[in-house]
Design a protein around this ligand. Structure first.
Ligand code: BEZ
Length: 257
């Protein structure tokens, strides 16, 4: 997967109903952004627009971009008063630069990370800030390892090796930002075991929603067998008090142009 396909095949209704934790956790990131009335802010990878609306409620002028037409269509329908555009994280351009660029749970999909960093730099005002959160080093290592093991044992080693996500360490990502000219003022990597919505099929749903590229070309009965195996393998560590948890590890960064 590359940037051109981030969010592209997602069902925006499933995303809102069963995976709303993605943007609910992002409210803490909006606090870190601390949007001010009158500021011009870009929400990069806005999905269905919930956090864009939270930022707008502070009085900022916000634009949300996402490369999924389906997501942007739903965002526009839900928040007709806000500005949304279909644009890619590696190729966006605005005539008027931003006071801040905000991005929650998106940049791990962007394998061309230098291009995204360059784009963010070029679209910020001097002294403008970046406020980012995405998956950091070892993000979902347990889920991914269980899935890869099962794929390999069923003869799908090529699927298991698909480069789908980028989960950097603090030093890796902050070095890239500094190389492009940013000054990093805050960086943290932390665990966030995340409760999944479905108490029966939490892990299976998660893989179907976010990791479907690993399952391409595999027939449905085999997919079901693989997902059952993955969920069973994860039960001892990821099922607690009747709920499934994904082993998320977050990277949060603030950087100044
Ligand atoms: C994350 O938020 O860490 C994430 C979500 C879906 C796929 C990969 C990572």
């Amino acid at each position: 997967m590359n940037t051109a396909t981030v969010h592209t095949n997602w069902n925006p209704h499933l995303y809102d109903d069963k995976h709303s934790f993605v943007f609910k956790y992002g409210e803490g990131l909006v606090d870190l952004l601390n949007p001010q009335a009158g500021e011009r802010i870009l929400d990069l990878g806005c999905g269905t627009g919930y956090l864009t609306s939270v930022i707008a409620a502070a009085g900022a002028t916000v634009t949300g971009i996402d490369n999924s037409l389906e997501m942007i269509t739903k965002a526009k329908a839900q928040y007709p008063e806000l500005a949304f555009k279909v644009q890619s994280a590696t190729e966006f351009y605005f005539d008027q630069h931003f006071d801040a660029i905000f991005s929650n749970a998106v940049l791990h999909w962007v394998l061309q990370k230098e291009m995204a960093i360059d784009c963010m730099y070029r679209n910020l005002k001097r002294s403008g800030r970046l406020v980012l959160e995405f998956g950091g080093k070892q993000n979902m290592a347990k889920i991914v390892t269980a899935l890869q093991n099962s794929l390999i044992s069923h003869g799908f080693a090529e699927n298991a090796a698909i480069p789908l996500w980028y989960f950097p360490s603090v030093s890796e990502y902050t070095s890239l930002l500094e190389k492009r000219g940013f000054r990093v003022t805050y960086a943290a990597h932390f665990n966030r075991d995340t409760k999944l919505a479905d108490t029966q099929n939490g892990i299976k749903d998660w893989v179907r929603m976010f990791g479907s590229s690993f399952l391409k070309g595999i027939d449905e009965p085999t997919i079901e067998t693989i997902l059952d195996e993955v969920q069973a393998a994860l039960k001892p560590t990821q099922f607690k008090n009747g709920d499934w948890y994904a082993d998320y590890k977050r990277l949060r960064i603030i950087a100044i142009k």
